[in-house]
Design a protein around this ligand. Sequence first.
Ligand SMILES: Nc1ncnc2c1ncn2[C@@H]1O[C@H](COP(=O)(O)OP(=O)(O)OP(=O)(O)O)[C@@H](O)[C@H]1O
Ligand SMILES: [Mg+2]
Length: 306
Amino acid sequence: MSRIHEALKRAEEEKIAQVRVETAEPRPASVPEIEQPAARVHATETAVALAGNGFALETLTFEGLAGRCQQPAWNPDTKTMLFFRKDNHQYDAEIFRTLRSRLYRARDNGSLRKLLVTSTLPGEGKSFIAANLAQVIAQQHGRRALLVDADLRAPRLHAVLGAPQTPGLAEFLRGEADEATAIQKGPHNDLFCLPSGNLPANPVELISNGRLTRLLDRMASIFDWVIVDSPPMVPVSDASLLANLCDGVLLVVKAAATPFDLAQKARAEFGDTPVVGVVLNGVRRGSGYGAEYYSYYGYPSEEHKG
Ligand SMILES: Nc1ncnc2c1ncn2[C@@H]1O[C@H](COP(=O)(O)OP(=O)(O)OP(=O)(O)O)[C@@H](O)[C@H]1O
Ligand SMILES: [Mg+2]
């Protein structure tokens, strides 16, 4: 049995045992050990200046893009955006630093820059994990992260950042905005966000029209990480389409909630894109479970090893 399988099974067992305890306190995400990623991690394409609607003609550079992006005022929701807090919740922050270092370790084996954050069902913490992960990456000196809200059904990143929702990805994919108009530069010039834009009637069609692939490849050539937030795997197909455009998947599992069989089914939908880790979210702090989960979760599947 693969360790991810074991991990998902464990989450299911916790659900059956009904150990879930509601608390007003923010519940920490338990960061798993991530072993080396699959050798099959896709190679990131080289930066190419593309002529065409929405793409700059000149050679793409980070400085060039940053100079053209808007910098609207952000008013982050400090309940969600841990690193914008003044009180600096050390425990939560440390968990995200651990996740960051494990992802860098996972990258050692291949080009891992475009990371899809997804989960089986709604409300399991995808946007929370994606937003804080991008933020902790951008906290390191000289590192730049782009947070992409590819949840074109229930987008949330603009809300947690307190940023304008439009123009964004939907306008870019429709050819109504270019990349620099749609991407926003954050207050510290190292965290950028591409919000969802106005909700489209046809998200699957837009995601599949070829423009997102080119955009993600271009951005992966100038950002250290491109973190893509997505809708849940069930019941829509957006996340599996998005997985095909990314180098790896970070699967969020909600402690004592995610049904094991659904998580397993969702996992089979990622095609060739490896699951590089599993984050167990919503572990009760101080319960003693955190440490236990820590050693169980987040290993790549057997078929993705070597
Ligand atoms: N570890 C956590 N600590 C504190 N709050 C959390 C945690 N994980 C999630 N939340 C909160 O739970 C709510 C749901 O999380 P979130 O929006 O990230 O889920 P989601 O999986 O992105 O949902 P959807 O499927 O609707 O996109 C949010 O208010 C979020 O801030
Ligand atoms: Mg979300």
